[in-house]
Structure formats: C-alpha cells, structure tokens
Design a protein around this ligand. Structure first.
Ligand code: ZN
Length: 113
C-alpha cells in the first residue's frame, strides 16, 4: 500500500510537468530509489500501470536508479555504506548510526513527446 501512495503522487507530479510542457505523452520516467527506502520496484510498476490508464502517462517506461545507503556513526563520526544489511560501524563496531542517504524516492526526470 505504501507504494500506491508514492506512485500516485509521482504520477500526479509527472502529469503536471507534462501539462506545463504541453506534451502529448509521457514516454519515460526516471526515478531514484534509495536502498532502504522500502520501495519495491515491481510494486511501483504494477500500481503505475494501473493508475496511469487513460492518462498521458499510460505506457510510459519507468526507470529505477538505485542509490546505496550510507550511514554516519553517532559515536565516532565515521561514514560507511550498508554492507549485506549490516549497520555496524567499521571503525568502532557500534551498531547503527544516522542515515545520510538511502531513503530517497524521487523523480529525476521525465521524457515526453
Ligand atoms: Zn563509529
């Protein structure tokens, strides 16, 4: 259900852009998805195919660019990537930290005709 809401707002935004550009059709939507955003590509595609029916975005290709997750250790300040789901700081072995990136979900660009 989470994906339905984000897909709906993504579609609304894309349609708004297309209208402003006086485009007839949206052919491609380039999306950026963080590794830990909790967004499943297939679900977004599934909902998109359904809710875009009858709009200028119907049949548009969705492209997903994955953004890796990165953390900053709250104890020692070390920045580190998520490795195999492990959130342990490689410098001080403390578990967890602050998320620097990886929760993103946004539209990078759209292609219209
Ligand atoms: Zn640390």
């Amino acid at each position: 259900m989470h994906e339905l809401a984000v897909t709906q707002s993504m579609l609304n935004l894309a349609l708004e852009y297309a209208e402003r550009a006086s485009a007839q059709r949206i052919t491609r939507i380039n999306l950026v998805v963080g590794e830990i955003a909790g967004i499943v590509d297939e679900s977004v595609q599934f909902y998109f195919d359904f809710i875009s029916q009858g709009t200028p975005a119907e049949g548009a290709l969705l492209s997903f660019r994955k953004l890796p997750a990165r953390f900053r250790c709250t104890a020692c300040g070390q920045e580190f990537p998520l490795r195999d789901g492990d959130w342990t700081c490689p410098a001080c072995q403390r578990l967890g930290g602050e998320v620097i990136s990886g929760r993103e979900f946004y539209m990078e660009s759209i292609e219209v005709e």
